[in-house]
Design a protein around this ligand. Structure first.
Ligand code: NAD
Length: 489
């Protein structure tokens, strides 16, 4: 099955992309449609030897790329954005089939990926340094940003197109080579597609590699001495493992990890609007979003009305194969993940939580679920679920809302809904989170806002137009004099 005429299946079938299309040393990976399980393609799997060979090619190619005028690097990426726009329909359909996301999410992902790429391209035209002052008149002193070299990008399956775009575009724009390891569940929309697009857009050979594979391939990428930096998006467990290996190797690792994001609803809010936002925050993409509203913290006096509205809205949602119809929710990514949602729901019920909507599944199709009487210590309060579960906890006053919100070691996003902006801001000021939204739910993505978490959600390296130039480069101090100075010996 071809993604588009730009990415015909006979080009990439059973192949990795590394100095051209080739057979991977670790066999092949079946690409499946998540709603049905049917095979829709097959890509190559990269071995550790493939990673090492790719890194050697990339190291060589990167020198010439770094010396290429910035605007020309940007032009290649602008052409990728144009191609994505031209072929957005087919690409969105591939995302729907490969990730199980509903159609609007597929289209949104293409749109956001285009924006990431265009803004990444713009970095290539920015100034790269400053003339610093010096204590010595004869010394001309410059501080400039230089590319990291070879950047290893490791991405998850939930939003594969956009999470790859947000790293590969700024990395290439600032003069780096990229080794991309997409998740084995989404190797086409998370990787193969970019190989096709960048090749057509005219990226010089050897600069970009797609190395599908699982933990072993990712581990080889992190450890390879020719890879200078790792940009990782994924779970906290894997992020911690990568962070510790990269730390030992003194290698920069940007870690964007999980979340258990509080959505605080104050008693002065429009309850219907707040419940609608809360439902979106918990059920978009079946809750499989790092920024999902993991905990609805609702003030006591409006709790009954909020829960009634949330349950009513939840019960009206439809679940089914998103490639075949306009459903609100598609399938959970795989059986193991669905079983984890089962466990979290059942364990929480055994500890006193109640299910007011959903709570069961038909295969991978989990009904959107509302749970109430949720308190800290229950898995549904403490753990990232990555499933369509809205967990409601009731609080009395603003101090308790803050205390509950911060009673979690994640710190990705927090949101506060209130008609009193000063009150909402005072609460927001006390929240432990890399991102805070007032009068919105938790899932917002813009390349302009620094995206990154604190605590178990990441190590504070944000992706955004504000931060990307620094993230993918490092300082170099360069001094120049007309002549060698005289020294005492
Ligand atoms: P995961 O950590 O299991 O996998 C992510 C990637 O890491 C995959 O490509 C996987 O193959 C690779 N990997 C696994 N073990 C590895 C190892 N030992 N060394 C190197 N690479 C390894 O995550 P997932 O289940 O695919 O994705 C869901 C998680 O991602 C959730 O926790 C979610 O919150 C998080 N996420 C975070 C953000 C963010 O921006 N903060 C965005 C999306 C998803």
């Amino acid at each position: 099955m071809s993604v588009t005429e730009l990415a015909p299946a006979d080009v990439w079938r059973n192949r990795i992309y590394s100095g051209g299309w080739k057979t991977g040393g670790a066999g092949t990976i079946a690409v499946t449609e998540k709603a049905t399980g049917i095979e829709i393609g097959s890509v190559g799997a990269a071995s550790a030897a493939d990673v090492s060979a790719a890194a050697a090619i990339a190291t060589e190619a990167q020198r010439a790329w770094a010396a290429t005028p910035g605007p020309q690097r940007g032009d290649v990426l602008r052409e990728v954005a144009r191609l994505l726009q031209e072929h957005r329909e087919e690409i969105a359909r591939q995302i729907v089939r490969e990730t199980g996301s509903i159609r609007p999410k597929g289209y949104l992902e293409v749109k956001l990926a285009i924006r990431e790429i265009l803004e990444g391209a713009a970095l290539a035209s920015q100034s790269t340094g400053v003339i610093t002052t010096s204590d010595v008149r004869e010394r001309h002193s410059v501080a400039r940003r230089v590319p990291m070299g070879v950047v290893g990008v490791i991405t998850p399956w939930n939003s594969p197109l956009i999470l790859a775009a947000r790293a590969i575009a700024p990395a290439l724009a600032t003069g780096n080579a990229v080794l991309l390891k997409p998740d084995p569940q989404t190797p086409v929309s998370g990787g193969i597609l970019y190989a096709c697009l960048l090749e057509i857009a005219g990226l010089p050979e050897g600069l970009f590699h797609v190395l599908p594979g699982g933990a072993e391939t990712g581990d080889a990428l992190v450890r390879d001495p020719q890879v200078n930096m790792i940009s990782f998006t994924g779970s906290t467990r894997v992020g911690q493992a990568i962070g510790s290996v990269a730390g030992g190797l003194l290698k920069r690792a940007n870690l964007e990890l999980g979340g258990k994001n509080p959505y605080i609803v104050l008693d002065d809010v429009d309850v219907e609007a707040a419940a609608s936002a809360g439902a979106w925050g918990s059920f978009l993409h079946q809750g499989q979003v790092c920024m999902a509203a993991g905990r609805h913290l609702v003030q006591e006096s409006i709790a009954d009305a909020y829960i009634e509205s949330l349950v009513r809205r939840t019960s009206a949602l439809t679940v089914g194969d998103p490639f075949k119809g306009d459903f609100h929710l598609g399938p959970i990514i795989n059986e193991r993940q669905a079983e984890n949602v089962d466990r979290i729901v059942a364990d929480s019920v055994s500890k006193g939580a109640k299910i007011l909507a959903g709570g069961s599944r038909d295969g991978l199709f989990f009904k959107p679920t509302v749970m109430v009487d949720v308190v800290p210590g229950m898995p549904v309060f403490d753990e990232e679920i990555f499933g369509p579960v809205a967990a409601v906890t009731v609080f009395k006053d603003d101090d308790e809302a803050v205390s509950l919100a911060n009673q979690n070691r994640y710190g990705l996003v927090a949101a506060v809904a209130s008609s009193n902006l000063r009150r909402a801001q005072r609460i927001a000021d006390r929240l432990h989170a890399g991102i805070v939204h007032i009068n919105d739910q938790t899932i917002l993505h813009e390349v302009f806002g620094p995206m990154g978490g604190v605590g178990l959600s990441g190590n504070g390296h944000n992706y955004s137009t504000l931060t990307n130039a620094d993230q993918f480069t490092e300082w170099q101090w360069v001094t120049t004099r007309d002549d060698l100075p005289a020294y005492p010996f």
